[in-house]
Design a protein around this ligand. Structure first.
Ligand code: HOZ
Length: 427
């Protein structure tokens, strides 16, 4: 597949943008090739600067559950743009999206809109610290909650991909307040909580870890955390930036029936535009400025274009049978991938929850970051390049999830299964 234009653009970009990309995970650095420069996208496909088309399972890293360029979302954005791109003042649309979010999550009574998932998590942590009067936080190895200082400790996503899970530039004085535990290991969490009794403001986790591939919570893990937090007066923050409105309309919390005190959202609620949000019970959320004293702000927070895209997206997700269709497509792909791996005699471990999934190159099961790290990343890189050459776009890292959209057709899925079978045979 000719990628000359992308290559030329990448050389140009590297002159003026660090690494040629505006987010490290886009760089294809760990898979031994250069990134594609994308011109446009439609439905299940993206198109690069050389005119090649790819069936897309990245979906802008999660938001595009409707596929790209859904006409109703495009129309909503266009109409909003015609009325003004940004006012820095309250609008009706913010109320509408906030009401939709509160209706979807029984534990969200008030929600504050921000512009990214990173802002959502860092603000939720400030709120938890402010409300509890405690400084320490507890996160899990391989979970990624954006790039705020206190969260870039043993982090997943690009931080894991590039081998810098705890970034230079985060002062040791900040990082010392972040405790890290093993995902799915409740005993480990209990030990840390006991050793830091009365000092931990919050436990934050992805209820399904999507930044070390796709790692579901083991039975009892979430409920155990909930109980521990209740006993110890710790605020439980569930990061649903990736899973919210993805694995169910009410996210992983609806799926597993365990609810956080605070919830972080992003990706799908912006319909592809830059949005994040954090919300929870009134007692906590009312301590935010200007109701309370804990400060948090943003010029573009609640931006009318982003609110419009989010509202249009959530309205479409409410259609009867939407999540059943996502499940059906994802199960079909999963089954095809399993058969392809077994026919090729390649050891893989496929993990999936609803429309998010990951194919590891190890025997599995993968329950935590140490397990994920046993995956053969060299084999993954060869697999990635073979798929890309065949016109299938998956995330350029073993430590990321794949995403299904409603726009993926049976033909797309069959083509993907054949491409995977061929890629695995070449390994
Ligand atoms: N959560 C996304 C990756 N796992 C963020 C994408 C990015 O870092 O650009």
């Amino acid at each position: 597949m000719k990628q000359q234009q992308s290559s030329t653009l990448f050389a140009q970009a590297q002159q003026v943008i660090p690494g040629g990309v505006n987010s490290p995970v886009r760089a294809f650095k760990s898979v031994g090739c250069e990134p594609l420069f994308i011109e446009r996208a439609s439905g299940s496909r993206i198109y690069d600067a050389d005119g090649n088309s790819y069936i897309d399972y990245v979906g802008s890293w999660g938001p595009m559950i409707l596929g790209h360029c859904h006409p109703k979302v495009v129309e909503a954005i266009q109409q909003a743009a015609a009325n003004g791109a940004s006012f820095g003042a309250p609008t009706r649309k913010e109320i509408k999206l906030a009401e939709m979010v509160c209706a979807a999550y029984p534990n969200i009574e008030k929600v504050r809109m921000v512009s990214s998932g990173t802002e959502a998590t860092m603000s939720a942590i400030r709120l938890a610290r402010g409300c509890s009067g405690r400084d320490k936080i507890l996160k899990f190895d391989g979970c990624y909650h954006g790039h705020a200082d206190s969260l870039l400790v043993n982090a997943g996503s690009g931080a894991a991909t590039f081998g810098v899970p705890s970034s230079p530039g985060v002062p040791a004085d900040f990082a010392k307040h972040t405790l890290t535990a093993t995902y799915n290991d409740l005993d480990n969490v209990k030990e840390l909580v006991a050793a830091n009794k009365g000092e931990i403001a919050c436990i934050i986790l992805e209820a399904i870890a999507g930044n070390m591939g796709c790692v579901p919570p083991q039975p009892g893990f979430l409920a155990g955390l909930r109980q521990l937090c209740d006993t110890e007066g710790i605020i439980l923050i569930i990061d649903e930036v990736m899973t919210g409105f993805r694995v169910a309309y009410g996210g992983a919390q609806e799926r597993y029936g365990v609810y956080g005190d605070l919830v972080c959202l992003g990706k799908i609620i912006g319909g592809g535009l830059p949005v994040g949000a954090f919300g929870g019970k009134k007692e906590l959320m009312s301590q935010l400025s200007p109701e309370g004293g804990i400060y948090q702000a943003g010029t573009l927070s609640g931006n009318p274009l982003a609110m419009s895209a989010g509202i249009a997206t959530l309205e479409l997700l409410q259609q009867e049978g939407f999540y059943a269709q996502i499940e059906e497509k994802s199960a079909y792909l999963e089954q095809g991938l399993r058969q392809a791996a077994s026919a090729a005699g390649v050891t893989t471990c496929l993990q999936r929850v609803g429309g998010m999934f990951c194919c590891y190159f190890c025997a599995g099961p993968v329950n935590n970051f140490a397990d994920a790290a046993t995956s053969d990343t060299a084999a993954f890189s060869r697999y990635f390049r073979a798929l890309l050459a065949a016109g299938v776009n998956v995330a350029p890292s073993q430590f990321e999830a794949g995403f299904m959209s409603i726009a993926h057709s049976k033909e797309d899925l069959d083509y993907t299964i054949d491409a995977v079978a061929a890629a695995l045979k070449q390994l």
